[in-house]
Design a protein around this ligand. Structure first.
Ligand SMILES: Cc1ncc(COP(=O)(O)O)c(C=O)c1O
Length: 495
């Protein structure tokens, strides 16, 4: 008999499991509630398959046997020249693609709302970065993808850049017009690197957007665990035919650097099986998923105030329908909490005005029925009007929230020092309100989605403080790299 008090993680997970939450979040296998026989087979073999590199099991970094065969099948499935299984998430793929393709001091054009791993790679590689800002989807207050015209302007001023890195799809399922962007990069002799972490499922159904590689990207990273029935931390790096052998060799050397020297074979097996499930059932189950999501959209269309993101809200972007972004007159985080506490529905993420749900082929129709029932209940509640008014009044009480629409535009902090320079200088801890005009010594990252608001070396503006206060009053999570225990303080460079 296990004494659960002596195994707190197990105790916590058991408690969570027994809540039987409806999971609209990653990992994409959704705890195998759908009961894929392939995943049940893996489950039965967890301990017998948990191996690493011994004679007879091949080697992830010099694949010649089963891993080589699996990676060939993977490349076919992903439509790439070569695909690599990753065991440390898209994060290690992003480090490897950026540091494999650029050299110290090279200039790289970066979409400012990329995931924090992109900025870490720039730091690790001592690269010089120039930002291109994303467009904003006004009705939802969402920072989205990069527009080719905006990128063209930045390229015009930075012809010496070696590469461009963008995120597509975004956390919200919006996809850039990669064809136009890749043509622009080719015309200017720049490589196009795509963080496609949220798009691992694209090549498995004709209903989904085209992949970055098929649209001309030189390299793209996909997280298998986010949208496919695969274990957390599994991901795949996809290379296009445009890359030379020398470039590939350097990327491979980085993959060894940034991944464990004891790769988990459970992760490799999980990637292999997820690909197999998608190849054999992906198209059919994606159609089923679309039917479920269409029904939700139909059912929500007559709820006053609710808006669901789709192509009609976008300009020069496409959309991945498997991502449900629901804009709500209640604050995003409040609605997420209500869904969780009252209806056992767990969403992936909430921001100021939206909740974000991840749909995958592992979902069942009942999950979507539960979601519709809960939202109808919340919004049809005779208390809703009162709830909404209380909410708005509460927001107005807090002067930081008066200007809710001002969050539309991401703050654009000025870079005063690069990250390395900032790290080497003396720092001091000051009250957030006293930090305006000072240079930050740390990074501030709302999580999720993990897009840095401020990086070390950037100037703190009043706009940023307003944004931070809004995050705090909405109980959204903000990660500070140094002063994590001091909610109202921040490290700045000492003057
Ligand atoms: C856009 C984006 N890129 C990269 C990552 C990192 O992926 P992983 O968690 O697989 O390392 C994330 C994680 O949420 C992400 O949202």
């Amino acid at each position: 008999m296990i004494n659960f008090d002596r195994v707190p993680i197990i105790k916590g997970l058991e408690f969570y499991k027994n809540q039987n939450n409806t999971a609209f979040h990653m990992p994409g296998h959704k705890q195998n509630q759908r009961i894929f026989e392939e995943l049940e087979f893996l489950k039965a073999n967890v301990y017998s398959y948990d191996l690493t590199e011994v004679p007879g099991t091949d080697n992830l970094y010099e694949a010649e046997e089963m891993i080589k065969d699996a990676q060939v099948l993977l490349a076919e499935a992903m439509g790439s020249k070569k695909s690599y299984m990753l065991v440390n998430g898209s994060t290690c793929g992003i480090y490897s693609m950026i540091l494999g393709l650029l050299n110290k001091n090279d200039k790289i054009i970066v979409q400012r709302n990329c995931h924090k791993s992109v900025f870490t790679a720039i730091y690790l590689g001592n690269l010089s970065s120039i930002y291109v800002y994303p467009k904003v989807i006004n009705d939802f207050d969402i920072a989205s993808t990069v527009d080719a015209n905006d990128l063209a302007e930045v390229i015009k001023e930075n012809k010496d850049a070696k590469a461009v890195v963008i995120t597509s799809p975004t956390y919200y399922g919006t996809c850039a017009y990669i064809k136009e962007i890749s043509n622009l990069c080719k015309e200017n002799n720049m490589l196009l690197l795509v963080d496609e972490a949220h798009g691992a499922h694209f090549n498995f159904s004709s209903l989904l957007p085209e992949t970055a590689i098929s649209l001309g990207a030189d390299i793209a990273v996909t997280s298998f665990h986010k949208t496919l029935p695969a274990l957390t931390q599994t991901a795949v790096l996809n290379l296009s035919h445009s890359l030379s052998d020398a470039q590939i060799e350097k990327i491979e050397s980085k993959l060894q650097m940034f991944q464990s020297s004891s790769p988990s074979y459970l992760f490799l097996a999980s990637i292999d099986m997820a690909r197999y499930i998608m190849e054999t059932k992906g198209e059919m189950l994606t159609r089923e998923l679309k039917a479920n999501i269409d029904k939700v959209k139909e059912a929500l269309s007559d709820i006053r105030g609710i808006r669901v993101l789709d192509e009609t809200h976008l300009e020069n972007e496409s959309y991945d329908f498997t991502r449900l972004v629901i804009n709500t007159p209640l604050r995003g985080n409040y609605l997420a909490e209500l869904l969780r506490s009252k209806y056992n529905i767990q969403v992936e993420m909430a921001d100021f005005n939206n909740i974000v749900l991840i749909g995958t082929i592992a979902d069942t129709s009942i999950m979507y029925e539960n979601l519709v029932k809960a939202l109808k209940d919340i919004f049809a509640d005779s208390n809703y009007e009162a709830q909404l008014n209380a909410h708005i009044n509460e927001a107005r009480k807090d002067s930081n929230l008066i200007n809710i629409n001002s969050y539309k535009l991401m703050p654009k902090p000025k870079t005063i020092l690069n990250w390395h320079e900032a790290e080497e200088l003396e720092r001091e801890l000051v009250e957030l309100d006293d930090s305006i005009g000072r240079v930050s010594a740390e990074s501030l990252v709302p999580y999720p989605p993990g897009v840095p608001l401020v990086l070390p070396g950037e100037e703190i503006t009043s706009e940023i403080i307003t944004y931070i206060n809004a995050i705090k009053s909405d109980s959204l999570k903000l990660t500070k790299s140094l002063s994590s225990k001091e909610a109202d303080k921040i490290y700045v460079i000492k003057i």
